[in-house]
Design a binder for this molecule. Structure first.
Ligand code: URA
Length: 247
């Protein structure tokens, strides 16, 4: 398999296509010990040894990123009119990577982006339960009985009621009273959180996903992303029961 050097570097997370071209021009990349000069030079990721700033790059077939989605972009690979979550990633990733599940345009927070189709399928599938915690600001106080109702499985008008979910009602702030709660669900139904709160008489004014499968947004700015570590991937694979299916 032969691919362009700049594409390889971008896929290894060394920067956008234009950033890695500049890295090559600055003579910071070597191929089998020889300084690279042409971004378009073809290399074989399996047999050539590529170093960037002295560090040997390892080509991995799959890569998964943790993205802090801002409000105002849609969870899609492409869209004719709207900004998409993939617009925050280098062009080289726009065809290969996809979001795992979806967040509404006005929802912020944690979203995984991957080129691992099997992992994506498992994590998005209704039969694999992955915990996700949301922070919601509501238009009115959450009735106390909502916690019990969510724990039993609330009916939101689908064929089946929701699976049990954990609700924590946060204390009201006195000035400019904000009614807020944290809700942990293990499914990913369409507009699920907004529909669950609607079922107990509350309208969601703001929604942010704080965690996904034990991963959090710690250290990330809105609109930025980081590659998952080997350990985090391994935990996800375990959760998705893929660990023993791949060697
Ligand atoms: N539930 C919703 O209602 N919206 C989201 O974006 C995610 C979960």
């Amino acid at each position: 398999m032969q691919i362009r050097l700049d594409k390889f570097l971008a896929e290894c997370g060394c920067g956008t296509r234009s950033e890695v071209k500049s890295t090559i021009r600055k003579k910071q990349v070597t191929i089998n010990g020889t300084t690279a000069v042409k971004p378009e030079q073809k290399i074989n990721p399996e047999t050539d040894s590529i170093c960037c700033n002295g560090k040997k790059l390892v080509y991995e077939q799959f890569s998964t990123f943790l993205f802090y989605k801002p409000a105002g972009c849609v969870t899609a690979r492409t869209d004719k009119t709207e900004k998409t979550v993939m617009d925050y990633f280098p062009d080289s990733m726009k065809k290969s990577h996809s979001p795992v599940g979806r967040l509404d345009k006005d929802t912020e927070g944690i979203l995984l982006i991957t080129n691992d189709g099997a992992l994506n399928h498992r994590l998005s599938s209704p039969s694999y339960h992955v915990n996700k915690t949301y922070y919601a600001v509501l238009d009115s106080p959450v009735p106390e009985e909502a916690a019990g109702c969510f724990l039993k499985g609330v009916d939101i008008g689908d064929e089946k009621p929701c699976l049990p979910a954990k609700l924590v009602i946060l204390p009201e702030r006195t000035e400019n009273t904000v009614y807020a709660a944290e809700l942990t669900v293990c499914e990913g139904r369409f507009h699920q959180v907004k529909r669950m709160f609607a079922a107990v008489g509350c309208k969601v004014l703001y929604l942010k996903r704080l965690t996904f499968a034990g991963l959090s947004l710690k250290g990330l700015e809105k609109g930025s992303y980081r590659r998952l570590t080997e350990e985090e991937i391994s935990d996800l694979m375990q959760m998705a029961s893929l660990k023993n299916e791949r060697v």
